[in-house]
Design a binder for this molecule. Structure first.
Ligand SMILES: C[S@@+](CC[C@H](N)C(=O)[O-])C[C@H]1O[C@@H](n2cnc3c(N)ncnc32)[C@H](O)[C@@H]1O
Length: 197
């Protein structure tokens, strides 16, 4: 994505080695979220009247930036990291989750090992679209294709030109080849129509 500057750190850790029960505490640098907002505005999304949900808000690094453009941002996380704007502790994957009404966009950087589950849940709940920041390799492989992309192709995949550097809980850093994966309903509905009718 162009037109947005970032910290040009020489970080080299390419592969995260998180324990399997980790909450994946990797806040997103603000410039990476601003790049998505610039794209959505370019696509004429009326963000100033739309409501967004950041369901893995962590320390609020993404939610705060979403608040620069969206009319309202509902920020939740399964763990409380002290973000003052957090609406509450919510396990986004709870089967009986009662979501807020009128959520237009769900936008997040999901925990790495739960990416597909987060996306499937978000696709059920958002009224306009879903955007998730994932590793560029997220799209690859037969299993991923069958569990997610075959029936729900992304509307856009927006790879970053620069690597996205994230700091785990403020200490270890990861430098990722990352992509915004984005689903937006008009195209999704057309695709579903084509399959079923
Ligand atoms: C990569 S961090 C998200 C960073 C944040 N989205 C940002 O961009 O700054 C992943 C977050 O997912 C949260 N998380 C893990 N499992 C979750 C669940 N089941 N429901 C909600 N949040 C969860 C973790 O607590 C962690 O804050």
């Amino acid at each position: 994505m162009c037109g947005v500057s970032q910290n040009r750190s020489s970080a080299v850790m390419q592969h995260r080695a998180e324990p399997t029960d980790s909450l994946d505490d990797f806040p997103t640098p603000p410039w990476a979220t601003r790049a998505l907002l610039a794209f959505l505005k370019q696509m004429n999304q009326p963000l100033d009247v739309q409501h967004a949900w950041e369901p893995a808000c962590n320390r609020g690094q993404m939610a705060r930036v979403l608040g620069e453009e969206f009319a309202e941002v509902w920020a939740t996380d399964v763990h409380d990291y002290g973000y003052e704007g957090m609406a509450g502790r919510v396990d986004f994957l709870m089967p009986d989750l009662e979501p807020p009404v009128g959520i237009d966009w769900i936008i997040t950087n999901p925990p790495f090992r739960l990416g597909p589950q987060f996306i499937l849940r978000a696709l059920e709940l958002a009224e306009v679209g879903v955007a998730v920041l994932v590793r560029t390799s997220f799209d690859e492989g037969a299993a991923r294709y069958h569990e997610l992309f075959r029936d729900r192709p992304e509307t856009w995949a927006l790879p970053f030109v620069e690597r996205v550097v994230m700091w785990q809980g403020g200490h270890d850093r990861a430098s990722l080849c990352a992509t915004w994966a984005l689903w937006c309903w008009p195209r999704w509905r057309r695709f579903r129509s084509a399959v079923h009718w």
